[in-house]
Design a protein around this ligand. Sequence first.
Ligand SMILES: N=c1c2ncn([C@@H]3O[C@H](COP(=O)(O)OP(=O)(O)OP(=O)(O)O)[C@@H](O)[C@H]3O)c2ncn1[C@@H]1O[C@H](COP(=O)(O)O)[C@@H](O)[C@H]1O
Length: 134
Amino acid sequence: MSDSLERLYLAVLAARDLDPATSRTARLFQRGPAKMAKKLAEEAIEVVIDAVHGDSEAVIRESADLLYNLTVLWASAGVRPEDVWREMARREDMLGIAEKLPKSPMKLPKVTSPRVAARRPIVALEGRTARKRH
Ligand SMILES: N=c1c2ncn([C@@H]3O[C@H](COP(=O)(O)OP(=O)(O)OP(=O)(O)O)[C@@H](O)[C@H]3O)c2ncn1[C@@H]1O[C@H](COP(=O)(O)O)[C@@H](O)[C@H]1O
């Protein structure tokens, strides 16, 4: 999925300077971040409504629109997809250092990848979860 989003992001950057009369993306850039944010919020609501109605096909379509509008907003805000992937990887690596103890006992992730296998076991210490010290 990240490849698709990265290709879309590059396409959005390329469309930024096209004619707003023929390019939706160029039109969104012309109208600015507030319009981009409004479209993104609209798409998010459309996904929510379709999901509540159990219309998975519509959720798929609206999710594609949502991701498109998100990449436009990223481009406008100077955010690159790799910036977001890096933050997601940081959070994944920090899984054992819970900012807030989970409400239910934390289920340890199945060891599936070298990254997870490299993680130190997670143990609860006096009400906080921290990585086991070797
Ligand atoms: N990936 C997309 C993409 N996904 C969704 N959309 C459009 O975003 C809109 C979202 O749906 P909405 O119902 O909110 O929009 P609408 O109600 O039809 O029209 P508005 O109310 O927004 O005016 C739809 O019109 C979609 O066609 C997209 N428009 C463009 N792209 C890509 O963006 C790049 C630049 O394309 P242009 O913007 O056409 O130059 C190309 O790679 C395109 O493939």
